[in-house]
Design a protein around this ligand. Sequence first.
Ligand code: UD1
Length: 417
Amino acid sequence: MEKFIVKGGRPLCGEVEIQSAKNAVLPLLAASVLTDEKIIIHKCPRIADVLNMVQILGELGCKTQFDGDDLTIDSSDAANHEIPSALAKELRSSVFMLGSVIARFGRARIAYPGGCDIGLRPIDLHLSGLRRLGVKIEEEGGYIDCTVEKTQGADILLDCPSVGATENIILAAVKGKGRTVIRNAAKEPEIADLQNFLNRMGAKVAGAGTAVVVVDGVQKLHGAEYTPIPDRIETGTFLIAAAMCGGELLVKNAVPENLAALLHKLREISCKIRSENDKIYISSCKRLSPKLIETSPYPGFPTDLQAPMTALACICEGSTVVVENLFETRFKHIPELIRMGADITVRGRSAFIRGVPALKGADVFAGDLRGGAALTLAAVAAEGESTVSDLFHIDRGYTEFEHKLRGAGADIRRIRV
Ligand code: UD1
């Protein structure tokens, strides 16, 4: 067990370099099974979710090797179509393996996936999409068994724009027969990144980043080298940290246009933001309340930044309503923020926040990945000393989180207990 010890109240100043996007890398790792030639992912973050996915690849018979930040995957000897339940339960992205393992072996067996406990997170859209591609699916004893000779192109309308379902269907269709059209597809930038990666492997995917994705099946995919896009959620986390602590921060290796909803809100609360190419500069002034934060699929306000933004709203002048539209139980950070002196009332999927001048140090527990990051920011901004426990949640998505915060002036250290 590890925890952060934080002495809060210092401004953040300096520079932070952003890692490659967790949510881009995970589907790329799944896609690497689609070829028996080598894949090299440059700037691959060694976060726990990536390491778990690498372990799953190992179970399938793929060889993987890190050389610095470059990860090489060689799937030429991959022979196993079963994803062990212990690993599948560790992370939800294991479900992406379904599409690519089916495409590679004509069959797949996987335990129901785990991941952050932030709501029901069904996978019905993944499964109905795969069925539309001709995959026979049996669900029994917590396992999903899939078989198909070759997926067959289909016109698929998603009931809601699920990121994972869109990616899974693309992965299953990319080496299938004929054309697959996914309508009401999710538009997240990580899906466009998957498209770019697959096309570099020789696939024919178009439209990712819009509501209609078209996949024309190809016979074979080849090896590729690729650098995934920067992590917009990590970028947002550090921008919010600067807004909470005051000071001036330069965030490098960012894609400002992928964070328009957050930048708009930060400007609204009176932060000064300047962006140029892959850099975003923020200086924080008086914090006015953001009034309404309502999460929605991209390009709306990202659910993954709801918890950090809620922490920020706690110390803004005036009242804020936060509405979580995507996941049912994504408010686990709120009782912890209340322990730090926040004034919040929750009614269903809405949190009503009355701003206080400052949060106070307390011992808090990370309940999930982004909630844990939010509590760390709250501790860094708070008056006095805090501890943040259960860091394994945070380590799923952030590399060197405390080092980056410390580099910008925060007093934070990790201890083993
Ligand atoms: C992905 C991201 C996660 C982010 C989320 C929403 C990855 C690895 N994870 O998760 O960080 O919080 O997008 O931006 O990329 N749904 C169904 N049935 C399904 C699938 C989803 O009803 O079969 C619902 C979900 O319950 C949720 C909504 O669709 O309400 C969006 O979920 P989805 O986009 O699928 O999220 P993930 O792909 O799991």
